[in-house]
Design a protein around this ligand. Structure first.
Ligand code: MD3
Ligand code: FE
Length: 197
């Protein structure tokens, strides 16, 4: 796991938020629900790129279209592809950018990201807006965990051992950033989904 604090300066963060506002007009945020139970996530989501991660009563999966509009996900902005090129150390393009939006009070329980075919590729995370308390442990559920604060503009690269670690967001610290007018936090994760040929 490698943290790059303030990898994006304020202007770059503002430009990314503008790009995301346009994308969300085409691919509105949706509220995923847990498989089987149908319990809603507290985070809202959308995706960019050829594939997007979704969760509904049927399960977790990647799919090429938005679950509500049925339309393809919007393209990934070039700035995201540039960040991947610069930080991922992986010779193929990312295929999905999952966009998580956290209101005050939203959180994400400890989980592993295992819906991708290719664990050789890292997951690259970009944080925007209010500071989050990120919790991570090892590859076994129930092991020791640590916390780390993720600030607006930070890039986190989860590769190697860290790729299959349990991780989540304990809470979002309201009022810690002026980037998003209404507050809250956006996290982007860039992912390789399929095994390259
Ligand atoms: C460790 N997102 O979308 S980002 C997720 O802040 C997710 O929204 C959190 O966990 C968020 O799946 C955490 C940091 C992160 C992202 C992906 C990882 C950590 C990771 C994948 C594998 C291991
Ligand atoms: Fe995750």
């Amino acid at each position: 796991m490698t943290q790059h604090p303030a990898a994006l300066d304020r202007a770059a963060q503002e430009a990314l938020v503008e790009a995301l506002r346009s994308a969300v007009r085409l691919a509105p945020l949706f509220t995923p629900v847990m498989p089987r139970t149908g319990r809603p996530f507290s985070v809202r989501m959308t995706n960019l790129g050829p594939l997007g991660w979704v969760s509904d009563r049927a399960g977790y999966r990647y799919q090429p279209t938005h679950p509500e509009t049925g339309k393809p996900w919007p393209a990934m902005p070039q700035v995201l592809l540039d960040l991947w090129q610069r930080h991922a150390a992986y010779p193929h393009l990312p295929e999905a950018c999952l966009v998580n939006f956290y209101n005050q009070g939203a959180k994400m329980g400890l989980h592993q990201d295992r819906d991708e075919e290719d664990f050789a590729a890292p997951v690259l995370s970009i944080s925007l807006g209010d500071t989050a308390v990120f919790r991570f442990g090892g590859a076994e559920r129930g092991g020791k965990t640590q916390t780390l604060k993720l600030h607006s503009g930070d890039v986190l690269v989860m590769g190697g051992e860290a790729r299959l670690c349990f991780h989540g967001i304990d809470r979002v610290l309201g009022g810690t950033s002026t980037l998003l007018k209404e507050g809250g936090r956006i996290n982007l994760t860039l992912r390789r989904v399929t095994r390259p040929n």
